[in-house]
Design a protein around this ligand. Structure first.
Ligand SMILES: [Zn+2]
Length: 222
């Protein structure tokens, strides 16, 4: 059974509305992702700093919604109760709900991400980002990227960057102050996924059951 956990001080009206929304969203997700597991716990929190990385908060506060896939069947959604009744806010929560469920469908989560390369992570984040953009219609800044030549350079940069205990994930995921670049992994991943989709024969939801190598090959970037 899917279930939700709410902050202890949540207003009853807010959790009731979220229950109704999630019922609709899960029905849509089940249509798109037939293999999606049905024992997912969604934990809502009021602390927007859930990623635990200092530079992630700026992005999260900007949008007012944050998400993290913590384990194989648990996601955290950070929401701001002061924004809950503002126009478009429910769609932002929906987009994040869809993004994290795409991670669940692919088996990508914080707990099991030890040992992944930068390019692996880019493909995971890019595919979840494109999934929410295409199916919900969200337009996050980390889903937009630069020209093709620049992006091909970035793909090579990631391929040639080795992950070790000194790797600053915050720099690759959110912001690199040295080069003034935002969301490198997300943007490269979105580019790779768009290339794969442009080569035809695939819908974004098909990527839920493809390996990262298959996605790269389909994008002609292996
Ligand atoms: Zn993600």
């Amino acid at each position: 059974m899917n279930e939700a956990i709410y902050p202890p001080n949540i207003e009853a009206g807010i959790s009731e509305d979220l229950e109704i929304s999630m019922g609709q969203w899960r029905a849509e997700l089940e249509e798109l992702l037939p293999t999606l597991r049905q024992d997912v716990t969604t934990e809502f929190v009021y602390d927007l700093n859930i990623a635990g990385m200092p530079d992630s908060t700026e992005d999260t506060y900007l949008m007012g919604v944050g998400g993290s896939t913590v384990t194989a069947n648990r996601i955290k959604l950070a929401i701001d109760p002061s924004k809950i009744n503002t126009p478009g806010y429910n769609e932002l929560i929906k987009a994040t709900f869809f993004h994290e469920h795409f991670h669940i469908a692919r088996g990508y989560n914080h707990q099991d991400s030890v040992g992944l390369s930068l390019l692996d992570t880019a493909i995971e984040e890019g595919s979840a980002t494109k999934f929410e953009m295409i199916t919900v219609g969200s337009m996050p800044g980390w889903g937009k990227y630069q020209d093709r030549e620049t992006m091909l350079e970035r793909v090579n940069e990631l391929k040639n960057s080795v992950v070790d205990e000194h790797t600053d994930w915050s720099k690759w995921k959110f912001y690199d102050p040295e080069t003034d670049r935002h969301w490198i992994l997300y943007r490269v991943g979105a580019f790779i996924v768009d290339e794969a989709l442009a080569n035809g024969g695939l819908e974004i939801q098909d990527l839920a059951v493809m390996t990262r190598e298959e996605i790269l090959e389909k994008a002609n970037l292996a």
